[in-house]
Design a protein around this ligand. Structure first.
Ligand SMILES: *[C@@H]1O[C@H](CO)[C@@H](O)[C@H](O)[C@H]1NC(C)=O
Ligand SMILES: *[C@@H]1O[C@H](CO)[C@@H](O)[C@H](O)[C@H]1NC(C)=O
Ligand SMILES: *[C@@H]1O[C@H](CO)[C@@H](O)[C@H](O)[C@H]1NC(C)=O
Ligand SMILES: *[C@@H]1O[C@H](CO)[C@@H](O)[C@H](O)[C@H]1NC(C)=O
Ligand SMILES: *[C@@H]1O[C@H](CO)[C@@H](O)[C@H](O)[C@H]1NC(C)=O
Ligand SMILES: *[C@@H]1O[C@H](CO)[C@@H](O)[C@H](O)[C@H]1NC(C)=O
Ligand SMILES: *[C@@H]1O[C@H](CO)[C@@H](O)[C@H](O)[C@H]1NC(C)=O
Ligand SMILES: *[C@@H]1O[C@H](CO)[C@@H](O)[C@H](O)[C@H]1NC(C)=O
Ligand SMILES: *[C@@H]1O[C@H](CO)[C@@H](O)[C@H](O)[C@H]1NC(C)=O
Length: 460
């Protein structure tokens, strides 16, 4: 492959004007997409949800035994340590006699009971998974992973979590059972909203040899969806940019995830070379999983850097670096979702896994990237090992390819399903001898009109 020097040579002025209008459009498209990303609806994963299924397997003298299974049907959002917490409110005076593969966090007031004491008498039990290494006689299939659920794309075999619950003081037929209400799913923080339980056709189970089918006595489903807006008010990730054609490194926007403030919040971050680093890491908040970040201008726990590295005749190359600034978190099974129009011609990717996500079947511009097992699927805590890197090689489609107007930079980036804040488009590194967003006076209002129209259409 040969270096192509032609990118800086003169372009016909007609296409420059076309490009500047495209640039303005891109700006408004970005604004539009940051607005929509606040919504519970995720346009990159429109059907993403966690479905909780209750299968009643057996009636008992005073209730039933059910197997509860949670499926993470989200393409790129997973639940990592310290895991999920599931809650609900009983419709009547039900109690939990026993559980296998999970436990409630509190027993509650069981003083009414003599002899056999229930596992939990609370009206609104809170259930957590058991930890790996639980004795086999307390396990069922898909349990005991410390509440960790992988994403559907990364590891479908580990995207489900199950437990068994034996319920008393409940109905004992499908006419008298009442479905629990007010399901809550925490991961472990807020973010998920669960709908009401719906009675569905009983699940059918096929035996391993495939020769016999059994079915649940009764089944209900609950669907929970994620919203970044509910999960946290401040972002947790930002994007920085650089290129071979301009020395400027465009850092994450200042105060993206918080501001360094020594007066009102001393100790909100630590310097990487501070002698008090070790004591700060083990200080207050150690067990609450509150992030302890390295002091930076953006204060984000995660930074994604996109470097346009090389330009060949028919190809161009990008280097992606994800840096962890959080001293209190090893990100297991991390993933990145990146939107760029050239992903339809991704030729090679080094040291990350890749899958194309095509939310709108025809447009192939969104990629999910994640680490290679045992090699870089663990993004270590802040420090010398707190980063992972990859290079991407794209084939140019000469009708769309350009280094002008920030075309070579990503449109959207998500880390672990949360939006990463991009620098403002007018700060992107320019090609030498080009100015950002030059336009004819009439063009701007027209573009604004079309952009607003496009935003409105995207909402309907
Ligand atoms: C939940 O996700 C599954 C799998 O993508 C999908 O089939 C189902 O329709 C979704 N449910 C809802 C209520 O969106
Ligand atoms: C309850 O069971 C009866 C038969 O035992 C069945 O006809 C009916 O559809 C079931 N109802 C529900 C809600 O599952
Ligand atoms: C539903 O659960 C939430 C949190 O556990 C609680 O604040 C709320 O009052 C509950 N609503 C009902 C109707 O029980
Ligand atoms: C209930 O959930 C199970 C498991 O996710 C799914 O296979 C089934 O189609 C769901 N039923 C309905 C009616 O959504
Ligand atoms: C906060 O304190 C550190 C060291 O104590 C100093 O280096 C830094 O400049 C201060 N930041 C601000 C915003 O005052
Ligand atoms: C991250 O993993 C390393 C190596 O397994 C371990 O030494 C370190 O304590 C972990 N850090 C956190 C915050 O869990
Ligand atoms: C999208 O592009 C990639 C890379 O060229 C290709 O591997 C993938 O099959 C494409 N997906 C679709 C749905 O066209
Ligand atoms: C990918 O690149 C090839 C070669 O330039 C081109 O023929 C093809 O149209 C490109 N594919 C897309 C989807 O742009
Ligand atoms: C590099 O890009 C910046 C904008 O981020 C611009 O101010 C600067 O002039 C550019 N440098 C050159 C040599 O064009």
């Amino acid at each position: 492959m040969e270096m192509d020097q032609s990118f800086s040579s003169s372009t016909p002025s007609r296409s420059i004007r076309k490009l500047s209008s495209l640039g303005v459009f891109a700006v408004f498209f970005l604004l539009c997409s940051t607005l929509t990303s606040v919504d519970a609806y995720d346009s990159l994963d429109p059907n993403g949800n966690i479905t909780i299924k209750w299968d009643i397997m057996q009636w008992t003298p005073d209730g039933y035994v059910a197997v509860v299974t949670m499926f993470n049907f989200q393409q790129y959002r997973h639940i990592q340590t310290p895991g999920w917490t599931l809650g609900w409110t009983w419709a009547k005076k039900e109690v939990i006699w026993s559980m296998v593969g999970a436990q409630t966090t509190e027993q509650g007031d069981c003083s009414k009971y003599k002899g056999n004491i229930p596992h939990c008498c609370k009206k609104d039990p809170t259930v957590v998974d058991l930890l790996p290494g639980t004795p086999y006689n307390m396990q069922i299939a898909n349990c005991c992973k410390g509440g960790v659920m992988n994403s559907w794309v990364q590891d479908p075999a580990n995207a489900a979590s199950s437990f068994q619950v034996s319920v008393g003081a409940a109905g004992t037929t499908n006419k008298t059972v009442r479905v629990p209400k007010n399901f809550t799913l925490k991961a472990p923080g807020p973010g998920y909203t669960c709908g009401v339980a719906k009675i569905v056709k009983p699940t059918r189970f096929v035996t391993q040899d495939g020769r016999r089918t059994t079915q649940a006595l009764m089944t209900w489903n609950v669907t929970c969806t994620y919203s970044q807006f509910l999960a946290q008010k401040t972002p947790t990730c930002c994007v920085s940019l650089s290129s071979f054609y301009n020395d400027t490194i465009v850092n994450c926007p200042t105060c993206t995830c918080g501001c360094q403030n020594n007066i009102t919040q001393p100790g909100s971050c630590v310097e990487g070379d501070s002698p008090y680093l070790a004591s700060a890491i083990n200080g207050p908040g150690k067990n609450s999983f509150a992030p302890l970040v390295q002091c930076t201008s953006h204060m984000c726990p995660i930074r994604v850097h996109w470097h346009v590295k090389l330009n060949y005749k028919d190809y161009w190359r990008v280097k992606i670096t994800i840096t962890n600034f959080n001293y209190r978190m090893n990100y297991t099974q991390w993933n990145l979702v990146v939107q760029h129009p050239n992903f339809d011609n991704l030729t090679q990717i080094f040291s990350f896994n890749y899958k194309s996500l095509t939310p709108y079947q025809a447009i192939n511009d969104t990629a999910m990237l994640w680490g290679v097992k045992y090699y870089n699927d663990l993004l270590m805590e802040a420090g010398p090992y707190g980063n992972v890197q990859s290079e991407l090689l794209f084939q140019k489609d000469l009708s769309t390819f350009t280094f002008q107007k920030g075309w070579a930079f990503p449109r959207r980036v998500y880390f672990n399903g949360d939006n990463c804040v991009m620098p403002p488009p007018d700060a992107y590194p320019w090609l030498p001898n080009s100015s950002p967003l030059s336009m004819t006076p009439l063009l701007l209002p027209t573009m604004v009109f079309w952009a607003i129209l496009a935003c409105l259409l995207a909402y309907v």
